[in-house]
Design a protein around this ligand. Structure first.
Ligand code: ADP
Ligand code: MG
Length: 247
């Protein structure tokens, strides 16, 4: 028997409480290297909380998260170390408003990775090129459309050369005509072999780019399946209702 490569992410028995409320009520999840996961489920089901726990932005209360075999643990001091290798893209872009697009992309590589100015610049332009926005490099984010800003946010995350990219509803704050330009960048990224966790209700994207769809409800994963199976044979009324509501 050949030994299987360990997953990039291993989650076991993950729990997160806010006061008495269990936002995550025991999550088990493995994510393989290069895997593209779509996470969906009703509002309040714990999707964002899961993403925040996965990159150490929120400490968890019970269970284990291993990234590349290393436990993510505030007490061990590994959360900080691991966070820099996980890219995160939020619904609300979160660009630094007082910096140019280029500076948004060079800041963390310079401060955190200690790259020299030239190397940080080169890497920034390469990634801005990749998301089709290199010509806007000198502008402030507020001069850009929402779709452009979100593409900058993706480029900025890529400049850290992350092992994993987390997307939390990256298109849900966008005007409809801008959704596609962001999804196209995400599809290209998916095809490039990046390991991705995408919280999204864009089921077209899920069909096109996901290896697996994870459906959450009330802090638990209640179904995980490849898109074909997920959409093809939907017995669970909670999932049927969700799919009916978003389409
Ligand atoms: P989703 O992203 O699936 O909509 P969230 O992960 O944001 O859900 O939230 C899951 C549950 O945890 C919700 O009931 C939400 O109100 C609660 N919650 C999330 N963040 C906090 C917080 N910082 N303080 C208190 N409750 C929170
Ligand atoms: Mg959310």
């Amino acid at each position: 028997m050949t030994e299987q490569a360990p997953p990039l992410v291993r989650v076991r028995g993950l729990e997160k409480r806010f006061g008495d409320y269990r936002a995550l009520a025991g999550i088990d999840l493995d994510i393989a290297r290069g895997e593209r996961l779509v996470v969906c489920g009703p509002s309040g089901s714990g999707k964002s909380t899961l993403a925040y726990c996965l990159n150490g932005l929120e400490p968890h209360d019970a269970g284990r998260i291993l990234i590349d075999g290393m436990p993510l643990d505030e007490e061990l001091g590994t959360a900080h170390e691991l966070r820099r290798s996980i890219g995160m893209v939020f619904q609300s872009f979160n660009l630094f408003p007082h910096l140019s697009v280029l500076e948004n992309c060079t800041l963390a590589p310079r401060l955190v990775l200690r790259l020299g100015e030239q190397e940080a610049h080169r890497r920034a332009m390469e990634n801005l090129e990749r998301v089709g926005i290199a010509d806007q490099a000198a502008k402030r984010p507020d001069r850009l459309s929402g779709g452009q800003q979100q593409r900058v946010a993706i480029a900025r995350a890529l400049c850290m050369r992350p092992r994993l990219m987390l997307f939390d509803e990256p298109t849900s704050a966008l005007d409809p005509e801008m959704v596609k330009e962001v999804l196209d960048v995400m599809i290209e990224l998916a095809q490039s072999g990046m390991t991705m966790v995408c919280i999204t209700h864009e089921m077209g994207f899920a069909r096109a780019a996901a290896d697996r769809i994870v459906f959450m409800d009330q802090g638990r994963i209640i179904r995980e399946a490849p898109p074909k199976t997920f959409f093809g044979d939907q017995q669970d009324p909670r999932i049927r209702r969700f799919l009916a509501d978003i389409t």
